[in-house]
Design a protein around this ligand. Structure first.
Ligand SMILES: [Mg+2]
Length: 233
C-alpha cells in the first residue's frame, strides 16, 4: 500500500473553476474604488505571483490579498472571499474521470489524499460540495503545513503525487523522493511555469505524463513497484 497525493485545482477540477469567484470580487472592489476590474485582478495576481515565487504559503490567502489590494485602492475592506465562493460553488464540477481514478486507486489498496496549495477554508467547501471527501482518505493544504507543496514536511509519508503543475507537482516532490505523475502537456506547461516561477525545469522530468485521469491508476501502479525494488537493492 502506498500513499498517493492528488492535486485539486487543474487536476481533479478544472483550473478555471475559481474564475467567476475572482471576477465577482474584482468587480465589487473595482466598482467601489472607481477602477477597472482588470486593474484589481492585475494587482491581486501580482501579489499572488510574488509570494508564490518566494515559496510563501500566504500566496494562496486570497482574503489577505484582496484586502491588501482594496486598501491600496483606498477602501477600508474587501468583500468576503468565502461568501463569494459560496455563491458560485453550485457551478463547480469534477474533471472527467476524476471520481473513477480516485475510486480505482483506493481499490488498489492505496491511501489517497488531496494535496493542494489552496487553504483549507477555501478548499474544504469545494471538496465537500463535489463529494470528494467521501472518495479520499485525507486532505493536505498549504496552511496546515505553513508551506506550499515545496517543503519536505508537506510530502511526509507520501509515495507518489499526481498533478498539473510542473513546479508544485513535479519539481519539488521529486526532490523529496516522490514518484511524480504529471497530468497535461509537459513541454508547454514546464516552459510556462518555469519562466513564471524563475525555476530552471530543463533537467526536470516527471516519472510519467498522462493526458487523461483514467490513465492515472495504471501509471501509479506501474511506477510504484519499481521504486520499492530500487530501494531494496
Ligand atoms: Mg493544480
Amino acid at each position: 500500500m502506498a500513499t498517493v497525493l492528488i492535486d485539486l485545482d487543474g487536476t481533479l477540477i478544472p483550473l478555471n473553476a475559481w474564475r467567476p469567484v475572482f471576477a465577482e470580487l474584482c468587480e465589487e472592489i473595482a466598482r467601489e474604488a472607481g477602477v477597472r476590474p482588470e486593474d484589481v485582478w492585475r494587482r491581486a495576481r501580482q501579489r499572488n505571483l510574488e509570494q508564490m515565487r518566494a515559496l510563501d504559503w500566504r500566496a494562496f490567502d486570497w482574503q489577505r490579498i484582496f484586502t491588501e489590494v482594496a486598501r491600496e485602492l483606498g477602501l477600508s475592506r474587501a468583500p468576503d472571499v468565502g461568501e463569494a465562493l459560496q455563491r458560485h460553488l453550485h457551478a463547480f464540477t469534477l474533471n472527467e474521470g476524476a471520481a473513477e481514478a480516485l475510486a480505482r486507486l483506493r481499490e488498489m489498496g492505496h491511501r489517497v489524499e488531496i494535496a493542494t496549495n489552496g487553504h483549507a477554508v477555501y478548499q474544504l467547501p469545494v471538496i465537500r460540495r463535489l463529494g470528494l471527501d467521501r472518495l479520499v482518505d485525507g486532505v493536505r493544504t498549504s496552511d496546515m503545513y505553513q508551506c506550499p507543496k515545496t517543503c519536505p514536511q508537506y510530502f511526509e509519508n507520501a509515495d507518489a503525487i499526481v498533478g498539473d503543475n510542473p513546479i508544485f507537482d513535479v519539481y519539488f516532490p521529486r526532490r523529496f523522493g516522490l514518484i511524480t505523475v504529471f497530468y497535461g502537456e509537459w513541454e508547454r506547461s514546464s516552459a510556462v511555469h518555469g519562466q513564471r516561477m524563475a525555476i530552471d525545469l530543463t533537467e526536470t522530468v516527471p516519472h510519467a505524463v498522462v493526458k487523461a485521469l483514467r490513465e492515472v491508476p495504471d501509471a501509479v501502479e506501474r511506477l510504484l513497484p519499481r521504486r520499492s525494488t530500487a530501494r531494496s537493492l
